[in-house]
Design a binder for this molecule. Sequence first.
Ligand code: SAH
Length: 244
Amino acid sequence: MRENYTLPRLYIEADLSAGEAVTLDRAQAHYLATVLRRGIGDSLRLFNGRDGEWLADITELSRKSASLRVGMQSRAQIMPPDIWLCFAPVRKARNGFIAEKAAELGAARLQPVLTDRVQFPKMGLEKLGLTLIEAAEQTERLDVPQLSDTVSLNKLLDEWDSSRALIFADEAGDAKPALDALPNCPAPAAILIGPEGGFTDGERERLRACDFVTPVSLGPRILRADTAALSLLTLWQAVNGDWG
Ligand code: SAH
């Protein structure tokens, strides 16, 4: 059973411990006062990705600022399985969709990757970071997925730590079915999804030549990048993640 489940939950950067006074930023104060219509004395929950989740009471509140007093810890910190999502940027709204759903599905890190056929290289990382925070608040997870700066596929592969399996969603059709390959790719692992235009032959060759790369197929239909990302994350979680 989840306790305190109905209390609002906010992510903050500050350290959390019993008795601590914390202040919220303007956007969060506004959200508490005008959207949630909370007032002085009301309780909520706070997490920062490090110290678990804590109950806190509102001690001051206006539309522009809020102060809280931290009470008891309600949950100890746990981290999600170590699965990253490396994905080529797509259209803006779809990047947001991928980030939100990846946070819900428990991805530990999002890594935007530029490949030859990327059509929309600008990611809007700041907006994406806010989407990840909102999604994390909503899912009850105790951390927010990390968001890395965009890198080229070549740099990603050059600097890859080969103890992490890279599961490459290869639409070419001759890769192993994902469910056959995934038992050999436990955490730490990462998923790689291409852009709308797919991977070039050169990229595919380079990927397949890396010993840490496992190419996988998601069936006979070509999926959109967002569908492929969420399908493969789901399968990985079901096989290797924390759903069991
Ligand atoms: N335009 C490309 C398809 C790109 S789909 C073409 O027609 O070939 C975008 C990305 O989703 C792909 O690069 C791949 O990573 C993933 N993807 C889509 N369908 C897939 C499938 N059936 N199997 C594995 N990966 C797939």
